[in-house]
Design a protein around this ligand. Structure first.
Ligand SMILES: *Cc1c(COP(=O)(O)O)cnc(C)c1O
Length: 359
């Protein structure tokens, strides 16, 4: 299967000239910056990041390509900095892939429902057809149905692994089969990879020019409020993402806070461990409830739980002030609730409430 990026990129994107910022055009070392119409005096707020002696300089525009942060992510993830794109959450990367590679009203993408909702939302916003190939009853990819569905206008295939809301990882060989046989982009969304037994596809990046891996600071890293997502891909894909993104898409505050977070790898690993322990505990306690019908195996920080009349359980929990995700009307997830693993105390309250549920 031959992968040629120029055949994949939208005509208008291929031809356009990207925005060139003041800092883009000047390459040397300077002491006085009078090129970007910033307020040279000061910024009205000062943020001191843990481990930094000085406060952030917010009156200046941020580094458009986030060099320092990418160097650090590169060391943590084992991906060359030039193969990293950073966005305002993974959602920015997802949206950019549509805008770069899919022509509205003409091209289509493939998703495997039940899965993460943003792929379809982004497709609709961009007027791109979504072809759905439902997962098999074991929540794995239906390769035969996929083969029937791909056509000459299929540009992107989204594989969420571990998958939200089903919690399982996709069979590695199936993902490789798709990577080997599809000449569009294969996006492997690894938002929950830190909780998975399966390893990341990062080592495969050098082998597959059509592979895009998404990861995020929103889950295991504990920074959902910061809005920082990562995409890892071959240079041609990353270059187009940089060409189309907003010039200053990641704020100075976000860059500095993420740099500080990346010093905390051992703490994050402890949290992952603690979450795994609480997951095992919830599997046991929820499994013992008379109205629990099935708990699906989970490679993520949530459990998909099939319960007798799940909607009623959902309403009962809501009324106790505990909100879980009702997936009971989602195909293949009938009567299922998706429950995020909480803190010990939150999980105590959840299990106490459920033990008192009048089943
Ligand atoms: C939570 C989640 C994300 C994260 O999105 P951000 O925009 O980075 O917060 C991405 N993909 C999946 C499947 C998720 O569940």
């Amino acid at each position: 299967m031959e992968f040629t990026i120029e055949k994949l990129v939208r005509e208008n994107i291929r031809r356009m000239t990207p925005y060139s910022s003041a800092r883009h055009e000047f390459a040397g070392e300077a002491a006085i910056f009078l090129d970007a119409n910033e307020n040279s005096i000061d910024s009205p707020v000062h943020l001191v990041v843990t481990g930094k002696d000085s406060s952030l300089q917010l009156n200046r525009y941020p580094d458009p390509l986030q060099h320092e942060l990418k160097e650090k992510i590169s060391r943590v993830k084992g991906v060359p900095a030039e193969n990293i794109f950073l966005g305002n959450g993974s959602d920015e990367a997802i949206d950019l892939l549509f805008r770069i590679f899919c022509t509205p009203g003409k091209d289509n993408v493939i998703i495997f429902p039940p899965t993460y909702g943003m792929y379809e939302v982004c497709a609709e916003i961009n007027d791109i057809e979504v072809k759905k190939v439902p997962l098999l009853s074991n929540f794995q990819i239906n390769l035969e149905a996929l083969e029937q569905t791909i056509d000459q206008n299929t540009r992107l295939i989204f594989i969420c692994s571990p998958n939200n809301p089903t919690g399982n990882s996709m069979n590695r060989e199936d993902v490789e089969t798709i990577l080997n046989n599809f000449d569009g982009l294969v996006i492997v969304d690894e938002a929950y990879i830190n909780y998975a037994r399966q390893r990341s596809f990062i080592p495969e990046l050098t082998e597959y020019p059509n592979l895009v891996i998404l990861q995020t600071f929103s889950k295991a890293w504990g920074l959902a409020g910061l809005r920082l997502g990562m995409a890892f891909a071959g240079l041609p894909v990353i270059e187009y993402m940089n060409k189309v993104k907003y010039p200053y898409n990641i704020s100075t505050a976000t860059q500095q806070l993420a740099l500080a977070a990346l010093e905390m790898v051992p703490t994050v690993n402890n949290w992952i461990q603690a979450t795994e322990e609480q997951k095992s505990r919830l599997q046991k306690e929820l499994g013992a409830l008379s109205f629990t019908q099935h708990i699906y195996p989970s490679d993520a920080n949530f459990l998909l739980v099939k319960m007798k009349e799940a909607k009623k359980v959902y309403d009962y929990l809501s009324q106790k002030g505990i909100v879980v995700r009702d997936r009971s009307r989602v195909k293949l997830c009938e009567d299922c609730l998706r429950i995020t693993i909480g803190t010990i105390e939150e999980n105590n309250q959840l299990t106490d409430a459920l033990k008192n549920y009048p089943a």
